[in-house]
Design a protein around this ligand. Structure first.
Ligand code: F6P
Length: 342
């Protein structure tokens, strides 16, 4: 019987458990496959640390946030890792191929493993929705719902105190969460990594809102930069994939707005609230479809492919199409929203 190992790698994301369940149900019911989960991402693959994933293990998990098999930003080429060790682990555990569920960094690592002879396929995951080759990733919809509710809530407290409110949301390379939540909740300015804006411009928007007797609401993505900044603000060091840990631009922006406009301004960083908790119905559905499709993919032995959403169809794309080129907010789309800021 064909046996596969699933791992979830990188930041967690609402809908991961739906992927795991969808894969196991499709695999066991339709293809007669068996599954194990590698614990904590590539760490479990490198050290052969697995848990059995049968039908009972995945009962009722679609509605749960996080991932039942754990995740990490541990790379497969860390000391102790590498293709020879991983081939040995797969042979010892009788595993035919690896299903890697992750974002850009995970797909890049999977692509390298493929080149080094490891049979591996992918499922795209990120709340940031910035993975190329798929129209949407699961987790994004939940994050947008959480961020939209946060903007709605901040607007009522901002209105009560006649304050300017700033909400910082996640979005490292792409401002999708900021755009969708900001537009949905009627923010007066949305600041995204793709388009630097000057403080003068932001203050102009804020003042024009105040002139109409309203309380300004600004949504800023963590990766936003002012024109003079070479890279996104980071003061927390590097993550496990050696990327700067972002977060804090909202706290920099708020006092600047207050200083330049004289409007009392407060900042809130939404942070991990966007990643945790119950996945939306949309994310559970997409996760389940991705899971079923990846079971079909390994049944066909199509190594080096990733499942993706194109329109309403689930398709297969090579890893190479997904990595190294983030899917950013098109500038026309941003300019359209920007036309009614203020
Ligand atoms: O990649 C998704 C993401 O949510 C980014 O927006 C954010 O920069 C990053 O994860 C933070 O993740 P962690 O602190 O878990 O490394």
């Amino acid at each position: 019987m064909a046996r596969f190992g699933i791992l979830t790698s990188g930041g967690d994301c609402p809908g991961l458990n739906a992927v795991i369940r969808g894969t196991v149900l499709q695999g066991t019911k339709v293809h007669g496959q068996e599954f194990v989960g590698f614990k904590d991402g590539f760490h479990g693959l490198v050290y052969g640390d697995v848990v059995d994933l049968d039908r009972t293990a995945v009962q009722g998990i679609s509605s749960q946030g996080g991932t039942i098999i754990g995740t990490s930003r541990f790379g497969p080429y860390e000391p102790d890792g590498g293709p020879d060790n991983i081939k040995g682990v797969l042979a010892r555990l009788g595993i035919d191929a690896v299903i890697a569920v992750g974002g850009d960094g995970t797909m890049a690592a999977a692509n390298r493993l493929l080149t080094d002879g490891i049979p591996i396929v992918g499922v795209p995951k990120t709340i940031d929705n910035d993975l190329n080759a798929t129209d949407y990733t699961f987790g994004f919809n939940t994050a947008v719902e959480v961020a939209t509710e946060a903007v709605d809530r901040l607007r009522t407290t901002g209105n009560s105190h006649k304050r300017c409110m700033v909400l910082e949301v996640m979005g490292r390379h792409a401002g999708w969460i900021a755009m969708y939540s900001g537009v949905a909740a009627g923010a007066h300015a949305i600041l995204i990594p793709e388009q630097p804006e000057t403080l003068e411009q932001i203050c102009e928007w804020v003042l024009s809102v105040q002139d109409r007797g309203r309380s300004p609401m600004v949504v800023v993505a963590e990766g936003f930069t002012f024109p003079h900044m070479d890279e996104a603000h980071s003061h927390k060091g590097l993550d496990g994939f050696n990327r700067p840990r972002l977060g804090g631009i909202g706290d920099i922006l708020a006092p600047l707005i207050e200083e330049h406009t004289g409007i009392e301004t407060r900042s809130t960083t939404l942070g991990y609230i966007q990643r945790g908790g119950v996945p939306s119905a949309w994310d559970r559905t997409l996760g389940t479809r991705f899971g079923q499709a990846v079971s079909d993919l390994v049944a066909d032995g199509q190594w080096g492919q990733m499942v993706a959403l194109r329109g309403t169809d689930i398709v297969r794309v090579p890893f190479a199409e997904a990595v190294g080129n983030p899917k950013t907010v098109p500038l026309d789309y941003y300019r359209g929203a920007r036309a009614i800021f203020g």
